[in-house]
Design a protein around this ligand. Structure first.
Ligand code: HAM
Length: 435
């Protein structure tokens, strides 16, 4: 037997339905906000991620799936989608043909060589957005609110938005200097990752999860003391707008995010009910990313959420019911004579926009009913020898058990009208025929 690769998983049945539901909801919402879909390749040249996600990140240091292709080029399976979107904007000169800011959304697989655990996989999926050519604080608000409203209406109401400002260049330089001074005589006793971060990007030390390091980090200088007036004002504008649109947030001065490209506002979405999975999503502003991958000097902001983590949170709700597959009609051809009428009716119903399946194997009436129920069919259409003889087909409402006879010629019309009544009945509380 060949097992799935460690850290990967098959998405089947109700899990697949849940994925599709999350994706469909996300696409509907971001469509309302004017985001356009962008699909970039899963493989990119390795230097793209080194230049963007950055050398001080765990992703570039230890988690990338990198290999030489047959032409000897270093290729990496994308660990995230932001870098690919930037590369695509440059490759296709999208900045020359699109109104600014450009607004893109995406949904797709990512790969990180991490230790698999709850909510952490080696192949996982991200949904997210990027706003490029962002000039206003409102673009930061748009990224936060789009992330928030991609989650809350799914049923994840207690989302905690954590937010911080990494300030402008001047603020960050001053802060990094203060951090270096603070950690100078402590770094020797900290973890190997922090020693590397101390050299490459001391801000990232604040993100360390090693308990003894967390204690040391607690007393480190705070970013807010180093923000320039301009950076403070920007943060205030963002927070005021979040207040205005009713998005609750909490300021987390240790929030620095795990990727090197952030400048300015950074944020994460958390769910306390399942804190062991880490953040459901995160993002932030990036001033120099597009320029660093060879594009013009345009700022951007975006977020991504892990679809597996959204799924885990939804499933952890006690009243969660998975979106189930349902079928409008299940056609039962009993005996060989009904097959032609059954197949033709099924095709006609499908082409009229109804979901419809039929049995392709001869089975007993009882067995076919069981299948129809398992498929959550609204109606069974029964086409047996008796029906062919009498010229009248039985359509059975599987919720109310009511049977209706339809002439073969008008079968599809009657089925459509019964389906309409079924939906009306559901809208009105769904029990009129049972009473
Ligand atoms: P990130 O924080 O690295 O940001 O990842 C975003 C989300 O992807 C995480 O919050 C988490 O839900 C999910 N995720 C990450 N790694 C895994 C994993 N191994 N297994 C399951 N889920 C995972 C980014 O990727 C940035 N590109 C976000 C962004 C967009 N910033 C600006 N624009």
């Amino acid at each position: 037997m060949i097992n799935p690769v460690k850290g990967t998983h098959d998405i089947i049945g109700s899990d697949a339905a849940l994925y599709n539901f999350i994706e469909a909801y996300f696409r509907t919402y971001v469509g309302l906000c004017g985001f356009e879909d962008i699909k970039t390749p899963i493989i990119e040249h390795t230097p793209l991620f080194i230049r963007s996600v950055g050398e001080s990140s765990d992703i570039v240091n230890k988690e990338m799936y990198t290999f030489l292709d047959k032409g000897g080029r270093s290729i990496t399976l994308r660990p995230e989608l932001t870098a690919g979107v930037m590369r695509s904007i440059v490759s296709n000169k999208l900045f020359a043909t699109n109104d600014l800011p450009m607004k893109f959304c995406y949904f797709g697989p990512c790969f990180r060589y991490e230790r698999p655990q709850t909510g952490r996989f080696r192949q996982f999926h991200q949904l997210g957005i990027e706003i490029v050519g962002a000039k206003s604080y409102l673009d930061d608000v748009e990224a936060i609110s789009t992330g928030y409203y991609s989650l809350v209406p799914l049923g994840i109401e207690d989302i905690k938005v954590k937010i911080n400002s990494l300030g402008d260049e001047e603020s960050r330089q001053a802060y990094k200097k203060a951090l270096k001074e603070y950690f100078q005589d402590k770094i020797e006793n900290m973890c190997e990752d922090c020693k590397r971060r101390f050299e490459v990007n001391p801000l990232r030390i604040l993100d360390c999860k090693v308990p003894s390091d967390i204690e040391i980090v607690k007393n480190a200088p705070k970013m807010s003391d180093y923000l320039t007036d301009e950076a403070k004002h920007h943060l205030e504008l963002v927070l005021n707008q979040l207040d205005n649109i009713g998005i609750p947030y909490e300021i987390d001065e240790n929030l620095v995010r795990g990727l090197d490209y952030y400048t300015g506002i950074v944020f994460e979405f958390h769910y306390d009910g399942l804190s062991e999975i880490g953040a459901i999503g995160g993002g932030g502003h990036y001033k120099n990313l597009l320029k660093e991958v060879g594009g013009p000097d345009l700022e951007g902001v975006g977020f991504s959420c892990g679809v597996e983590r959204i799924e885990a949170v939804l499933k952890s709700h006690p009243d969660f019911t998975p979106p189930y597959r349902s079928l409008d009609f299940y056609v039962m051809a009993i005996g060989d004579n009904g097959v032609n009428i059954a197949y033709k009716s099924m095709m006609e119903l499908r082409l009229n926009g109804y979901s419809c399946e039929m049995n392709t194997e001869n089975k007993s009436f009882k067995a076919l009913f069981k299948i129809a129920l398992r498929k959550n069919a609204k109606f069974a259409i029964i086409i047996g020898d008796d029906e062919i003889q009498s010229g009248e087909i039985t359509i059975k409402n599987l919720k109310t058990q009511t049977q209706t006879l339809a002439k073969i010629d008008s079968l599809v019309d009657v089925a459509k009208s019964l389906h309409f009544d079924y939906l009306q009945d559901e809208k009105n509380g769904g029990s009129s025929e049972n009473e």
